[in-house]
Write a protein that binds this ligand. Sequence first.
Ligand SMILES: *Cc1c(COP(=O)(O)O)cnc(C)c1O
Length: 234
Amino acid sequence: MIAENLTRIREKIALHCDNSGRNADDIKLIAVTKYFGTDIIEEAISAGITDFGENKAQELNLKYEKLGNKVTWHFIGTLQKNKVKYAVKAAELIHSVDSIELADEIDARAGKLSKIQKILLEVNTSSEESKSGLITEDDVFRLAEQCNKKNNLELSGLMTMAPFTDDEKVIRNSFSSLRSLKEKLFKNGFTKITELSMGMTNDYELAVDEGATMLRIGSAIFGERDYSKDWREI
Ligand SMILES: *Cc1c(COP(=O)(O)O)cnc(C)c1O
């Protein structure tokens, strides 16, 4: 099932790349495996997936202990300061940095491991209060400047989650505003800010149209998640 789902998704990505004059090689597909065990991850590896996303630090840690650097890990969820160590140990990229306190802690933990931690700033492009992420452009610029002063951080882009709606226009606006913000940062000297992590199961096609370089897709690949599961039993 995973292989077939992937084929279908890759075809859609290719179609939207063609329509918008993009190259599919410029888009990284991150398979989001929260609530799925390492057996499923192994199946996805066989189907050609190299990058995996997790949104809980301890769940990532558990899977990292089993699979190590056999795959490339992405941390995509809300990160509490006391769990930063797990994310820094495992993740090539942390997508969800939205405060200086969090950036400080990631920098400190990365320093201890002699690692340069790549990060993205999470931006709340929908102004939904339930969502995390930076809201104003000033806040994004300020945090970007602060991150650039850290020895062990490399700020490589921006991440967002579109609002929960069926209104395509609203979703597109959310993605295109993230792209504009990236371009503005780039013009203002933040030339390492190149990645746009946006697009999930319900909206990845729109995200491709709007310039996403990383898609975070879970249920379209693996099916519905069983939220009654406990991560410790995965
Ligand atoms: C779960 C999750 C995804 C993937 O969600 P699907 O709708 O299953 O594709 C993407 N991004 C984040 C931050 C997530 O937590």
